[in-house]
Structures are given as C-alpha cells and as structure tokens.
Design a protein around this ligand. Structure first.
Ligand code: ADP
Ligand code: MG
Length: 237
C-alpha cells in the first residue's frame, strides 16, 4: 500500500441472504483513497451506495474481500474493534444532520469529545475553534430547530471534525438542503479539502459529485473507473 494511502478496498463483495438465495449487492469493489483526497461516489438508487457506505464506515463487514484503513485490516476486526475504528477514524455527516434536538449546537459538537474522555477545558477550546472555523460560533446556544438547514449541517460537520478523524464520510449531505444552501455546504467541503481534510461523499446528485476532486460511479454493485464528466444515464431520479 502506498505511503499516502488512507484506505483501500480490494475485491470487496457483499451479498444478502434472502431465503435460500444469495443476493449480490457489491461485486468486486476496488478503490484506493489517498490521504487528502476528496472523492465522490455516485450511483442511482439501489446501486449499493448505502451498503458501500456501511462498509467504508465500519458499520458492516464485507462478505469477502479486504478493507485496509491506515494500514489496519478492517476486514479482520471484530465488532468491538470496528466500533473503536469508527470512533477514532471516521467523522460521519448525514442527510438528516442527526443532531440531538435537546442539546444546543455547541453541546452537539462537544458530544464526541465527551465520549472520547477529553477534559472540559480542552473540549471548550476545541469546540470553539471548530465552530468559529465553520462560521456557527454565534449560533452556539441555539437548539437545532432554531437554526437554518445550512447551519444545522455546519454543526454536524463541526461535530464530525472536532475529534480530527482520518476522513469525513458524508452520506447525501445536501439531500435535505435547498440549492443555495447546497452550494454553500459544497464550498465548505472544498475549503476543508484545501486545508488537507480527506472527504468521501456519497450522493446520487451529479452536481454534488462534480464538486469533488474525483468521482467514481457505482452501478449494479460495481464501481466503475474514475470518470470525468457525467456519464449519460448514470443517475436516475
Ligand atoms: P442504494 O443506497 O444505492 O440505494 P443499497 O445499498 O441500499 O442501495 O441497496 C442495494 C441493493 O441491496 C438493493 O437492491 C437492496 O434491495 C439490497 N439490500 C440492501 N440492504 C439489504 C438487506 N439488509 N437485505 C437484503 N437486501 C438488501
Ligand atoms: Mg441508500
């Protein structure tokens, strides 16, 4: 594995058992992601995006094949180790933000640091620095329902980044945002990428995928080669 490699999937297959039948969902997926990359994985509904996301996010294991993350053999990890890798290495960003409604934005951003056992003063410093970086420090005392969709997603991104994960894994991060706010969040991802963060974004929207530095298309569980420009028919609504 190259020194700069962040992660690598090799011949990853995933199938689900339906009665007596094995339904293949991912077929021989190969992908290598360099440190500092900004990769979009695009595919129509049913192509296997969520299944691939669960594997990349260490939420599920492949049926066969290997997954190396930072030189660690994720495919050999048990559930407890997967949870550890997930907490240490991956910052998740979701379509629905997944902020806790009773906590204010600062408390939401602070949560992973509490779980990580980081002391109070250091937590406050990290939360403020990250919220200032993402332009939401003024909104720190607001509850999620009191702020805009873009501000909610900024808070979720701050929460994902605050414990300096190896990469951000974003699942349809603009799926619930209007087009102006979508552009705002894509600009933010581009800025984070320029600062050296590694980002993997999963989407069915071509506009969103085009914002990334590179794009791969998932179709019928196969990851097609790197593409430039939209492939006709790759995306269905
Ligand atoms: P996408 O996120 O691109 O829409 P998914 O990864 O959710 O695709 O699903 C890909 C295929 O795998 C679909 O045909 C879906 O029905 C099937 N599938 C997903 N999860 C399961 C499961 N737990 N059991 C059986 N089939 C599944
Ligand atoms: Mg899905």
């Amino acid at each position: 594995m190259a020194l700069t490699s962040l992660l690598r999937l090799q011949k990853v297959c995933k199938s689900y058992r339906l009665g007596k039948e094995e339904i293949p969902v991912l077929r021989d997926v190969d992908v290598e992601v360099e440190r500092g990359a900004y990769l979009a994985i695009m595919g129509p509904s049913g192509s296997g995006k969520s299944t691939l996301l669960h594997i990349l996010g260490c939420l599920d294991a492949p049926t066969s094949g290997s997954y190396w993350l930072n030189g660690r053999a994720v495919h050999e990890a048990d559930a407890a180790e997967l949870a550890r890798i997930r907490n240490q290495s991956i910052g998740f960003v979701f379509q629905n933000f997944n902020l806790l409604p009773r906590l204010n934005l600062a408390q939401n951003v602070e949560l992973p640091l509490i779980y990580a056992g980081i002391a109070g003063a250091e937590r406050k410093r990290l939360v403020q620095a990250m919220m200032e970086r993402l332009g939401i420090w003024e909104r720190r005392k607001h509850k999620p329902h009191e702020v805009s969709g873009g501000q909610k997603q900024r808070a979720a991104i701050a929460r994902a980044l605050v414990k300096t994960p190896d990469f951000i894994l974003a699942d349809e991060p603009t799926g619930n945002l209007d087009s102006d706010t979508t552009r705002e969040i894509l600009k933010l991802f581009s800025a984070l990428h320029a600062e050296g963060h590694s980002i993997i974004l999963i989407t069915h929207e071509a506009e969103v995928a085009h914002a990334a530095g590179s794009m791969r298309i998932l179709r019928d569980g196969r990851l097609l080669g790197a593409v430039e420009g939209v492939v006709e028919g790759a995306v269905e609504k």
